[in-house]
Design a protein around this ligand. Structure first.
Ligand SMILES: NC(=O)N[C@@H](CC(=O)O)C(=O)O
Ligand SMILES: [Zn+2]
Length: 431
């Protein structure tokens, strides 16, 4: 019998916060109570020390780029899953901008099976909205939904054609799926490498204006109003977008949104050194935007923290800014950035990392569950007070493009359990 006693921690789950030990047996939570260590029921269990730690449902990432198939030199489903487990994640939604694209059942099935084989994290493939993410022809939504796809997105680019997007929403209505939009009017961002504003003028670099995002957020909110189908706004980054989503929610529209760790902590000033480590899409914005996004998370306008974990091989990020690909790592640092940057309680940050994204991803039957007898034991145990610095060489991700070197992070994952078995113990991946 496979048994673990998680001892001495503070349990935080959707039902609240309390001091309790957690007994895990055969993949599920068997008991939750104070001083379970003295109970004969826990006899023979392997003890996991949680003193000073929070025991929470595992984190769920709505936005992970695993790069397989196609760019295995940057990440594989196995290395990305390992990075996820180290960051406290038990489930990730794999973005579709792979090669080939996740636009048909065979590719989606491949990704799901590779995730199962790695056994470190529950990998849920997204499907693209258009074939090859080319923006012209819808993918077979019903067939992909039947294969278990819940999130549909062309992430990496936004669906530009408003008629095609309208049809996508209309088809989505009868299926239990969510369209997730990468909000970018591409015509307004051609050649851009950073946010358009004071800094880009000073540095002499081509800028990506806030309205390129906000016009698309506005358009899609209005398409939601017209069709009634839900939308999820990916990596929202401007003060104006936060306000648009806030108003849409006040109107009762089915709109959800996510923000990344980098958009709540870093600004466009970092591009001063012309390093592509800070090139990302959407770009790092101003402090006023960062504060607005933090405010959006704090008042619930933004539902989830999602990493947009975007591994890129070192040689690609060493290129000049205009040639280097956009994107930065996120899975192993999200908790530490979130707790260091947000003026929210630990429980509120955990909600944004766990059960709120679980609901959007359609995985709330297995992840982000209350920690109670009979529930699946997908759990994260982290020290909310440990401060630490990232050492890129120690990251589990195959790529090392983290922008958080030299930044003090607060909060570190110690142990992660997937279906009742440790994927990470004392910070060390178990496979
Ligand atoms: N965010 C990025 O800058 N890059 C992502 C694509 C994306 O999420 O838009 C990538 O795939 O590298
Ligand atoms: Zn994107």
């Amino acid at each position: 019998m496979n048994q673990y006693l998680i001892q001495g921690g503070t349990v935080i789950d959707p039902t609240g916060e309390r001091r309790a030990d957690v007994l895990v047996r055969d993949g599920v939570v068997a008991a939750v109570d104070e001083h379970l260590g003295e109970s004969p029921d826990a006899g023979g269990a392997t003890v996991i020390d949680a003193a000073g730690c929070v025991v929470s449902p595992g984190f769920v990432d709505l936005h992970t780029h695993l790069r397989e198939p196609g760019k295995e030199e940057a990440e594989t489903i196995e290395t990305g899953s390992r990075a996820a487990a180290k960051g406290g994640y038990t489930c990730v939604v794999a973005m579709p901008n792979t090669d080939p694209t996740q636009d048909c059942v065979s590719v989606v099935e491949f990704v799901r099976k590779q995730g199962e084989a790695a056994g470190l994290c529950d990998v849920r493939p997204s499907g693209s909205i258009t074939v090859g993410r080319a923006g012209t022809q819808l993918t077979p939504f019903a067939e992909l939904a039947e294969a278990g796809v819940r999130i549909f997105t062309d992430d990496g680019s936004g669906v530009q054609d408003p008629l095609l997007m309208r049809r996508a929403f209309e088809y989505a209505l009868d299926l239990d799926i969510v369209l997730a939009q990468h909000c970018e009017v591409a015509r307004l961002t051609e050649g851009a490498v950073m946010h358009e504003g004071h800094c880009c003028s000073t540095f002499g670099l081509p800028g990506w204006p806030s309205i390129a995002e906000e016009l698309m957020v506005y358009r899609d909110i209005e398409l939601v109003r017209l069709t009634g189908a839900p939308v999820h706004i990916l990596h929202l980054s401007t003060a104006g977008s936060v306000e648009l989503v806030r108003r849409a929610k006040a109107d009762g529209l089915p709109v959800t949104a996510e923000a990344t760790p980098h958009h709540i902590s870093l600004t466009d000033e970092l591009l001063a050194g012309y390093s592509a480590l800070y090139k990302v899409n959407p770009p790092l914005r101003t402090m006023a935007d960062v504060e607005a996004v933090r405010g959006g998370l704090a008042d619930g306008t933004i539902d989830a923290i999602a990493t947009d974990h975007a591994p890129h091989a070192p040689e690609t990020k060493e290129q000049p800014l205009d040639q280097a690909p956009p994107g930065m790592l996120g899975l192993e640092t999200a908790l530490g950035v979130g707790l260091a940057s947000l003026e929210m309680s630990v429980a509120e940050v955990v909600a944004a990392l766990s059960w709120k994204p679980a609901a959007i991803a359609g995985v709330a039957d297995t992840h982000g569950r209350p920690i109670a007898p009979g529930e699946p034991a997908n759990l994260t145990i982290f020290d909310p007070n440990e401060t630490w610095e990232v050492i890129p060489a120690t990251l589990a991700s195959k790529s090392k493009n983290t922008p958080f070197v030299g930044v003090e992070l607060k909060g570190k994952t110690k142990h992660t359990l997937l279906h009742g078995a440790p994927t990470v113990l004392d910070g060390n991946p178990q496979r």
